[in-house]
Design a protein around this ligand. Structure first.
Ligand code: XLS
Ligand code: NI
Ligand code: NI
Length: 448
């Protein structure tokens, strides 16, 4: 592979040659697809934690990553070097957004006061680099799970001092969101859940979590922070049961506690699978509730059952997600595709980090192209329109309009024969649909 990335940006090379070098085969930021630029539909973001902070560790071994700042030993100097490197990386890759946890970017001190001082020094550098490059913050968040103080949770910790500390940490994190112009602010409930109900007061913990979110909403109002608040559902890991289990559970939680006007959802592919759902399902559920906020773009491995955070490469899945996004009109009011993903442990070079993002970006760009063709031809929309058309008139219309009683339905149905009701069904034709989807995938990409 060439060393071009060391000096230049990653080029678009087209798809004539299927062999993958360091170039984009499908992603062209300025190409207009379905009425918007690719870069506007996709709004790619780099996850600071995976790409610059963590070292490609797994539960069985230390990190393997090789980065140019590895030799630095002074924690603050190292933190600043990572910021500089990260902005070079975004520019060379051609992404416009990044995301971070507070603890990804700066070392902790002994007290929160010291930690905040460290944080502010690094935020100064980030702000400067943002101004120089025009690169924007898709979202930031609080890491309320790594430090051992959060062993039993943060906002749901059974220990009041830990709750108090968490709120104090959140306050500064929201101030940073305001300062850096975060489009969104994410809450992922790291250890907000339980290991076992025998030592857990579930109701009390959920009440605490809701009051934590209400306090965040209040403080955002107070400081004039207008980032879209997002909850990121995940069913398990690190706890056996996370309270933000999936989109449906999170929506119910937000509605129960009167928070649904202030939050939307940030949905992650691998989390969807851990919850026993497809990624498309999670996006559809959020859309149905008007709560699609943003996407953490990654994928799992069907042979392994934990949160692997692989870079997306499954075109069938990216097509499905982008079909939902096209149907919605955008990823969310201020959403984007954050690569909450890391190269495999044996892909430890800087070049691998580029290659990993390229496959993710190209996979979503390809998914967008296929989904746009599906939309343009009305293929899926027509299937849906036809399948539910019996609700457009007659008894179906009355049902949808709420103009019916059970007695009306009895009168309508009492003398219907078995064969009349069988004939009311139409074949679902899923096999034909799947074959046609494959044809669209192959054709749209060949034509790309
Ligand atoms: C972990 C989550 C996490 C959030 C941000 O599984 O995906 O990375 O996106 O805290
Ligand atoms: Ni995750
Ligand atoms: Ni995530």
């Amino acid at each position: 592979m060439s060393d071009l990335w060391k000096t230049d940006t990653i080029p678009f090379v087209g798809n004539d040659d299927p062999r993958q070098g360091l170039g984009f085969h499908y992603y062209q930021p300025d190409r207009v697809v379905a009425g918007k630029k690719m870069s506007e539909w996709l709004r790619f973001g780099v996850a600071y934690w995976h790409s610059f902070q963590q070292r490609l560790v797994d539960p069985f071994g230390e990190g393997t990553a090789q980065r140019p700042y590895d030799s630095l030993t002074d924690p603050l100097e190292l933190a600043l070097a990572k910021v500089d490197y990260s902005f070079e990386f975004y520019q060379k890759l051609g992404v416009e957004y990044f995301c971070f946890h507070d603890r990804d970017i700066a070392p902790e001190g002994d007290t929160l006061r010291e930690t905040n001082q460290n944080l502010d020094k690094v935020v100064d550098r980030i702000e400067k680099r943002q101004q120089e490059t025009g690169i924007k913050l898709l979202w930031n968040t609080c890491n309320l799970f790594t430090n051992p103080r959060f062993q039993a949770g943060a906002a749901t910790s059974p220990f009041a001092d830990v709750f108090a500390y968490s709120g104090a940490q959140l306050k500064h994190s929201l101030e940073i969101a305001k300062r850096l112009g975060a489009e969104n602010y994410v809450f992922w409930g790291g250890r907000e859940g339980y290991e076992n109900l025998w030592n857990t007061d579930l109701k009390r913990e959920q009440d605490h979590m809701a009051s934590f979110f209400h306090a965040a909403v209040d403080y955002a109002k107070e400081i004039g922070l207008d980032s879209q608040f997002l909850i990121e559902p995940k069913p398990k890991e690190p706890t056996t049961h996370q309270y933000d289990f999936d989109a449906a559970t999170s929506i119910a939680f937000l509605k129960t506690y009167g928070l649904d006007d202030s939050f939307k959802l940030n949905l992650e592919g691998n989390h969807a699978n851990l919850a026993g759902h497809s990624y498309q399902h999670e996006v559809r559920v959020a859309r149905s509730a008007g709560m699609l906020g943003s996407l953490d773009a990654n994928q799992g491995d069907k042979l392994l059952g934990w949160d692997l955070d692989e870079f997306p490469s499954d075109l069938y899945e990216t097509t499905a997600v982008m079909w939902e996004v096209l149907s919605e009109g955008s990823i969310g009011p201020r959403g984007g595709l954050n690569f909450d993903a890391k190269p495999r442990r044996s892909s430890y070079t800087e070049e691998d980090l580029f290659a990993a993002h390229i496959v993710g970006m190209d996979s979503y760009a390809a998914g967008l192209l296929v989904a746009a063709k599906l939309k343009e031809d009305g293929f899926i929309d027509e299937i849906l329109q036809k399948r539910y058309s019996s609700f457009d008139q007659g008894i179906g219309k009355k049902i949808e309009d709420g103009q019916f009683t059970l007695a009306d339905l009895e009168e309508y149905s009492l003398d219907k024969t078995q064969s009349e009701l069988m004939n009311a069904n139409e074949p679902g034709e899923l096999e034909t649909i799947k074959a046609t989807l494959n044809n669209y995938l192959v054709k749209a990409l060949a034509d790309a």
